[in-house]
Design a binder for this molecule. Structure first.
Ligand code: NAD
Length: 491
């Protein structure tokens, strides 16, 4: 079996403990991954502290050149990265490729760091006095990331942190750890000095060691809400800057004036792509007024046509979920919803994929007649389950969204501008799509939700990412004119 070790100070480092990485499509173990604790975290942070001494002083043009090279290497290794993602996460190759491209776009944004870090200058704020502001790096930053985007989510963080002059310790998900080591290798090939980018693998023990470490200045986290809350509290308690992005329940509201066939097609792909394991996946539809029955009919046809199979098989449109436990949890959530009175319109619970009896497969499930009180609505299922609620008016639909504890993404399907405007202004959600089901911001905007979907106040990447990984200085200068003869001699 392959062994996936830590990457610290520019070299592979073995661990005291190891865990198992499964292949979701077969259900079989495929590798063992290092599980680090305080000792490995100490070693990685020491390497990052040492590297910061020179990296923080490295010129903007050198930093930018290394990022341009990295961008090129990520493009050239897109295939290899995508295959690693599919093998360990389970998503289709096409999906994995999309993730690598979206991650690369953040590197492209970070290549422009000389422009992004330009300060502001005020001439003659008082007689003979000028003032300017600049942004300085923080030191060592840590990133703790989820299984569902093993390349893209870490890339929301490290290219910008490193471009800003920080050094970085990444603790990726232990479920699909391999792509992070390949990214570390690509950074080295791009000429990044040893110790600027480090990877410590592991679970809670590694995370808590990072949160408590006195030499870490800032923590970026993406994952589930209970863990995000824990990260925010514990990292803030030890004086760190922290941004912690949590879970989601993303609603698509469909008005009767929308093109219902188009809406059903978009919603189906946004609900079941990557087996629903996307933080921006649509997991709840609110059908308004007369749209309801026709929409459910259209959704049912689209959902039933999805081809489920191993992610590396060309005709698969949806792969397995990440673990056996995830599959069992998803099936139980559908069982409970049915018992609570939901109608199971499309039932993926019993799905078997030929030749993959032990794979972690669950087919797409479509549930109608769901109410806001049901667990299947209130909780994030994080699998291929779409629930449909009904509302009489747009305002009632907005009320449902705003009463939900999450506020990551939402979408409205309509042909009416005034309704769209009212929706955008009315919802308490961070990322909004109008006839766009997955409104994931581009790298030069910032990504983040509201309410239980984000703890801290800075979103990731874009200019908010640059703010998060730097702190400001404002300098006020006076250079009094002196007579030539009275100038001190400097040598
Ligand atoms: P998770 O919270 O279980 O794990 C995330 C990271 O935290 C992993 O690195 C894991 O090792 C670590 N971790 C897990 N339990 C921990 C604990 N008790 N203490 C300290 N660290 C712990 O999340 P996941 O299952 O890997 O990913 C799915 C979740 O991530 C979903 O809830 C999804 O909505 C969320 N997510 C959110 C966004 C967003 O932008 N808001 C993006 C992607 C994923």
């Amino acid at each position: 079996m392959r062994t996936i070790d830590h990457w610290i100070g520019g070299e592979s480092v073995s661990s005291t403990g190891y865990g198992t990485v499964y292949q979701p499509a077969t259900g079989q173990p495929q590798a063992q991954v290092a599980l680090g604790g305080p000792a490995e975290v100490d070693r990685a942070v020491a390497a990052a502290v040492k590297a910061y001494e020179s990296w923080g002083d490295t010129s903007l043009s050198r930093r930018s050149k290394i990022l341009f090279k990295l961008r090129d290497l990520v493009e050239r290794h897109e295939d290899e990265l995508s295959r690693l993602i599919t093998a360990e996460h389970g998503k289709t190759i096409e999906d994995a490729r999309g993730e690598v491209i979206r991650g690369r776009e953040v590197i492209e944004f970070a290549c422009g760091i000389p422009h992004l870090l330009k300060g502001a200058y005020s001439d003659q704020v008082s007689t003979g006095v000028d003032s300017y502001s600049l942004r300085a790096p923080l030191g060592v930053c840590a990133g703790i990331t989820p299984f569902n985007f093993p390349v893209m989510v870490p890339m929301w963080m490290h290219p910008i942190a490193i471009a800003c002059g920080n050094t970085f310790v990444l603790k990726p998900s232990e479920r699909d750890p391999s792509p992070s080591n390949l990214v570390a290798q690509l950074y080295a090939d791009a000429g990044l000095p040893d110790g600027v980018f480090n990877v410590v693998h592991g679970d809670r023990a590694a995370v808590d060691a990072l949160l408590d470490h006195p030499d870490i200045a800032a923590v970026s986290f993406v994952g589930s809400t209970p863990v995000a809350r824990h990260i925010h509290q514990r990292a803030a308690a030890s004086g760190k800057r922290v941004q912690a992005l949590g879970g989601a329940k993303n609603h698509a509201v469909v008005l009767p004036d929308a093109d219902l066939a188009e809406a059903a097609r978009h919603i189906t792909s946004a609900a079941y792509g990557s087996a629903g394991q996307r933080c921006m996946a649509i997991s709840a539809v609110v059908a308004v007024g007369s749209a309801g029955d026709e929409l459910v009919d259209l959704l049912s046809k689209e959902t039933s046509a999805i081809v489920v199979g191993p992610g590396d098989q060309a005709d698969s449109q949806m792969g397995p979920v990440v673990t056996r436990e995830a599959r069992d949890r998803i099936v139980s959530a559908v069982d409970a919803a049915q018992e609570a009175g939901a109608a199971v319109v499309v039932d993926g619970r019993g799905l078997r994929v030929d030749g993959h009896d032990d794979g972690f497969f669950v087919g797409p499930c479509l549930l109608d007649q769901v109410t806001p009180q049901m667990d299947a609505y209130q909780q994030e299922i994080f699998g291929p389950v779409l629930v449909v609620l009904r509302a009489d008016t747009l305002d009632e639909a907005i009320g449902i969204i705003n009463a939900n504890s999450y506020g990551n993404g939402t979408a409205l399907f309509t042909s009416g501008g005034p309704a769209a405007r009212r929706f955008v202004r009315g919802v308490t959600v961070g990322m909004i799509g109008i006839n766009v089901p997955l409104p994931v911001p581009m790298a030069y905007h910032s990504f983040g939700g509201w309410k239980a979907s984000l703890f801290g106040d800075t979103h990731v990447h874009g200019t908010e990412g640059v703010s998060f990984y730097t702190r400001g200085k404002v300098v006020t200068t006076r250079w009094p004119e002196q007579a030539e003869a009275s100038r001190p001699t400097l040598h």
